[in-house]
Ligand binder design. Structure first.
Ligand code: ZN
Length: 319
């Protein structure tokens, strides 16, 4: 596997406010949630309450975040109109910026550190960026369980080894059902996996997989009856399952979506920030926060400013 290392400015260390017990609610907003309490105005705020935000921890200068204005934690809590707008706005970004990728992470093991739903829009070719360099970092983010989960879910698999994902081209009208059904199916597969022949192997090989015991209370529950997507997702997270959903192409009315289930903790030898950053970029990349040379830092800020302007102009008609 080819692994890229990205050098990005040294921002304050990322903290997992995901686990904060001190979140206080003020209306639909949380006082300790970064996406609820913003120091700066969003680039765009849509009529349906979606915001395009500057990424606080960008991987490359062309990086922003799409998030609902309200503190929404689960997919089924956003309206159908919001759901559609999320994909329409994402689609416009992907069509407008070459090599743009949208990345939606669910669960800690999926690389999600902030619970407030959000999508990373990374609007340039990370691998060809001057901030990236090739690294040989085998096994950095190994997830040997992604393939068995897909197989048990009955979903067709692309790739092999560490690049295992389920990939599909979906018409915009079918996105909602597709997302809902696929996540249900993955949960089902995950469920079968831990109850089936893999259970012994999971234990045998370790896999850094530490939450199996939490699943025991779910044994015997039919996944067919688990229609509530919030229930599914929160249980996936509790049980240690995460999901990466990536949109890499959008042509007119269709989206190319890759979905990868994740159940394995990443290499324990890496620092937390590196591991999380790696997961966020679909485990092909590690991120190093460093002090950039002054001229590179100026270039970074200039291209970032330019990108923000373009993004704002492109999506302004939603506001
Ligand atoms: Zn929030």
């Amino acid at each position: 596997m080819v692994v890229y290392e990205i050098r990005a400015p040294l921002w304050p260390e990322k903290t997992a406010s995901f686990t904060s017990k001190e979140m206080k609610k003020t209306g639909s907003r949380m006082r300790d949630c970064r996406f609820c309490v913003l120091a700066e105005e969003p680039l765009v705020e849509s009529k349906t309450g979606l915001r395009i935000l500057k990424a606080k921890y960008p991987y490359i200068p062309q990086h922003c975040i799409l998030a609902p204005r309200d503190h929404v934690l689960a997919l089924h809590k956003i309206t159908k109109k919001q759901f559609d707008d999320i994909f329409m706005m994402t689609g416009e970004m992907i069509q407008n910026f070459q090599h743009a990728t949208a990345l939606w992470n669910f669960g800690v093991v999926g690389g999600q550190t902030l619970k407030h739903l959000h999508i990373h829009l990374i609007c340039s070719n990370v691998q060809e960026s001057k901030y990236a360099q090739l690294k040989s970092a085998e096994n950095l983010i190994a997830d040997p369980l992604s393939l068995p989960i897909l197989v048990e879910s009955g979903l067709p698999v692309i790739g092999n080894g560490y690049d295992t994902a389920f990939s599909s081209r979906i018409h915009k009208n079918d996105l909602y059902d597709f997302t809902k059904n696929t996540i249900t199916q993955l949960f089902d597969g995950f469920f079968h996996l831990v109850q089936s022949r893999m259970y012994d192997k999971v234990h045998k090989y370790g896999y850094n997989y530490h939450n199996l015991e939490r699943l025991t209370w779910l044994y015997g529950v039919s996944a067919d009856n688990l229609n509530d997507i919030d229930f599914l997702i929160s249980n996936m997270v509790t049980a240690g399952l995460g999901i990466n959903l990536m949109i890499s192409e959008c042509n007119k009315d269709t989206f190319k979506i890759h979905i990868m289930p994740r159940a394995t903790s990443v290499s324990p030898t890496e620092t937390l920030s590196k591991r999380i950053a790696g997961l966020e970029l679909f485990h092909q990349t590690i991120l190093t926060r460093t002090k950039l040379a002054p001229d590179i830092e100026i270039e970074w800020e200039e291209s970032q400013g330019e990108f923000y302007k373009q993004a704002q102009k492109l999506l302004n008609h939603y506001s």
